[in-house]
Design a binder for this molecule. Sequence first.
Ligand code: UDP
Ligand code: MG
Length: 345
Amino acid sequence: MSSRKTSIPDAGYSLSVVVPAYNEQEVLGEFHRRLAQTLDQMSCEAEIVYVNDGSRDNTMAVLHAIRAADPRVSIVDLSRNFGKEIAVSAGLEHSAGDAVIIIDADLQDPPELIPALVAKWQHGYDNVYAKRKVRDGESWFKKITAHYFYRVMQSVSRIKIPEDTGDFRLLSRRAVLALGQLNEQHRFMKGLFAWIGYPSIAVEYDRDPRFAGETKWNYWKLWNFALEGITSFTIAPLKIATYLGVCVAGLAFMYAIYTIYKTLMYGESVKGYPSLMVVTLLLGGSNLIAVGLLGEYLGRIFNESKGRPLYFVNVFEPSELHRLHAAAGREFVPRERNPGALTPS
Ligand code: UDP
Ligand code: MG
């Protein structure tokens, strides 16, 4: 998007890969194999932070097996399912690397793209997002709704959210620290990535269909996701409600004058029941819509006003890299979110 460049990181750097996982027992083995292969070919120090987002299947057992065989692995076991957005945030806060990759566990985001993302970061970009060229294995309805969602978002809010990008990206350490300061419960990540600013750039790739397991998305969730995006980034709908109200009230006022004039000139009659009904329904309907809109925002204010921590960690099992950084006094884990976290060695 932007082309401003900042300081170039040293040649020796460390990389964290954050992977949210919710009921991913079928894919994690293959995912880790491909990711590890990619990291092996890179010259940097690396760690992989798997966040178990309250999975109900054997994800945790699979992760333990993976960690036993690979000291680069951290496991952040959340106290329950918090949703992908918060799982990613937890992973970011438990990452130690100079640059952090966010990637889905289902192999829709190819790990092989990571070196290309890192190359852009080494040119001084803080936010290197992977932009998909094709959307395989997704219905035309999902593609069309996604397209219009971005168009609407673009036109109603000041933040430019790049189209056809997901959460698959690289963030510099300062971008991760910036995100960590955004403490809202309603985390519309694509919006937050754009909101923090910093030099960002796209790397194009082909998005694959899910390798195995099932998507956790359905249209109801997508609808709520879109609602989340709009309400957390713009108050335009509230303004629309106001203007709609002004228009309807103006029309009703003119109609009232016309009715009074007619009654005075031609006398009263019991006719007019249909128009009365129409006006009542119209006003009732637009009132309800406006109240509903207010409710959406009020509900979010309610949730935010509680100021709760984003998540709690059940167990944190650090990677070698994390331990090294912690020993050197460089640690990013927010202690208040791990009150009871066991940290086995
Ligand atoms: N995920 C998660 N918590 C959830 C739902 C999903 O951590 O409550 C993870 C999931 O394991 C996967 C990623 O988020 O790694 C994307 O999920 P999914 O593939 O279901 O979403 P889609 O690719 O269809 O948007
Ligand atoms: Mg997926």
